[in-house]
Design a protein around this ligand. Structure first.
Ligand SMILES: *Cc1c(COP(=O)(O)O)cnc(C)c1O
Length: 460
């Protein structure tokens, strides 16, 4: 008798395929040289398993594709906008919705409205575009995540939690008037897709309320966060993802959203708010930066795909398979001695490049070098999350030196099969076997903004 202990299988079947190019090691060596050892600069047709990001790389369902045919492309008052607005109000619960072309569009509007010169925006770890927009508006980001988030070996179940004492001290130090809002990410991308607990979110809300400070959620992966709350937070196991998501949002004044993650689409985002005056201002600014407030830089069909995606993403079978796939790879890697960040987060497996390449100093860009080697070895594309991503301090001009030097293997939703996952595991194991021979890199071109996207390197 065959028994299966496999708790889940992909809750979909494939009815259209995208063919992949098979490359040789020589092909990949020349592609990497052309790309300046930066995986962001590789041409995607030279990549077999693309784990660069889960952003906009999701496979849409037949229902989403059908909904796209119903897109109302009216410049103003599109019916598609009203369908999306209703879906967001229902599931996220905010009163006002301003669509934006993607997450950073929403961050731009929010920062522009709320952050003034000299302000401080506390957050549970920085995110690249979020912090960039806070700084562009004249503010400064302050990290108030718990210390465990910076420790790749910590098994804390909610490494995305805000350290309430750090937040309280910061408020005392700079004064509540200098803090336009606290930016709470759920899950925390830069800590490895780590969730924040409902208990912590409630406590953040209570603390900030006492000081009259608003809370804005980065809801980009809030549904994945809700999955972890249901799975591991005491007293939450009986709840639905939708119910938990709704409560999470109710503990904030609004959210910025990159729909390219949770919502199973290829483009889109929104800013959602409860305050009517601010919402009016956001709609007005949106006209300058995004497009009229009923399309926000998107086509009507994109709004339709998001509206359907909201419901599909809240299906527990979807989320179990989505997070299950990430865990499958993480568990296989950990079992064979590959140093990874624990516990495994929602969207990615993070390799600990410092432990993987202990002979390289941070100035030799170990995570950048490891990402390049994974591509050479198995045509697997990953990305650096370390000193290159952290950029330079705007005041001192020095490299920011994050403790974490990571390589991110990020899983697009509903795209790859378990066999692809096995190839990924095998690739990482092969690179680990020859790790002592891997040389570091030097940066030969450094762009001013978000340098990790376009920087170029050469082997040391
Ligand atoms: C992707 C992302 C953003 C930015 O969204 P874009 O759609 O890429 O502009 C903001 N916050 C988090 C946590 C993200 O993962």
């Amino acid at each position: 008798m065959v028994t299966s202990h496999r708790p889940w299988a992909e809750p979909y079947r494939i009815k259209m395929v995208e063919l992949l190019r098979v490359t040789t090691r020589e092909d990949r060596e020349s592609a990497l040289r052309e790309a300046g050892w930066n995986t962001f600069l590789l041409r995607s047709d030279m990549v077999a398993i693309d784990l660069l990001t889960d952003s906009g790389t999701n496979a849409m369902s037949d229902r989403q594709w059908s909904a796209m045919m119903l897109g109302d492309e009216a410049y103003a008052g599109s019916a598609s906008y009203y369908r999306l607005e209703a879906a967001i109000k229902r599931r996220y619960g905010y009163a006002h919705v301003v669509p934006t072309h993607q997450g950073r569009g929403a961050e731009h509007l929010l920062s522009h409205m709320l952050v003034k010169q000299g302000d401080v925006v506390p957050g549970n770890m920085y995110f690249t575009t979020t912090r960039a927009h806070q700084e562009l508006a004249g503010g400064r980001f302050e990290d108030v995540v718990i210390d465990e988030a910076h420790d790749p070996s910590s098994e804390h179940p909610f490494k995305g939690n805000v350290d309430l004492a750090k937040l309280e001290r910061l408020i005392e130090r700079v004064g509540a008037r200098r803090i336009p809002y606290v930016c709470v990410a759920a899950t925390v991308n830069m800590a490895g897709g780590q969730p924040i607990s409902l208990e912590n979110l409630r406590a953040v809300r209570a603390l900030t309320k006492r000081h009259g400070i608003s809370v804005y959620l980065d809801a980009t992966r809030a549904m994945e966060n809700a999955f972890f709350i249901v799975e591991r937070e005491p007293g939450q196991g009986h709840r639905t993802l939708a119910d938990v998501l709704h409560e999470m949002c109710s503990l904030s004044d609004g959210c910025t959203m990159s729909a390219k993650k949770d919502l199973l689409v290829n483009i889109g985002g929104f800013l959602a708010l409860n305050d009517a005056t601010l919402a009016d201002e956001a709609r007005n600014l949106g006209v300058l930066f995004e497009g009229l407030h009923t399309y926000g830089g998107l086509a009507g069909r994109d709004l339709e795909a998001m509206a359907v995606g909201i419901e599909e993403a809240l299906d527990p079978a979807h989320m179990r398979a989505r997070i299950g796939q990430v865990r499958y790879v993480a568990d296989a890697l950990a079992a064979s001695g590959v140093p990874i960040v624990k516990p495994t987060g929602g969207h990615a497996v993070f390799l600990d490049a410092r432990a993987f390449l202990p002979h390289l100093s941070q100035d030799a860009f170990p995570a950048q070098a490891l990402a390049a080697e994974l591509y050479l070895e198995g045509s697997v594309r990953s990305m650096e999350r370390g000193i290159v991503s952290a950029g330079r301090d705007p005041d001192s001009g020095e490299h920011r030196r994050p403790r974490l030097e990571l390589v991110r293997l990020t899983f697009p939703r509903r795209v790859y099969t378990q066999a692809h996952c096995d190839v990924v595991v095998d690739t990482v194991q092969r690179v680990l076997a020859r790790a002592p021979q891997i040389r570091g890199l030097r940066m030969v071109h450094e762009p001013r903004h978000l340098r990790f996207f376009q920087a170029r390197f050469a082997p040391l």
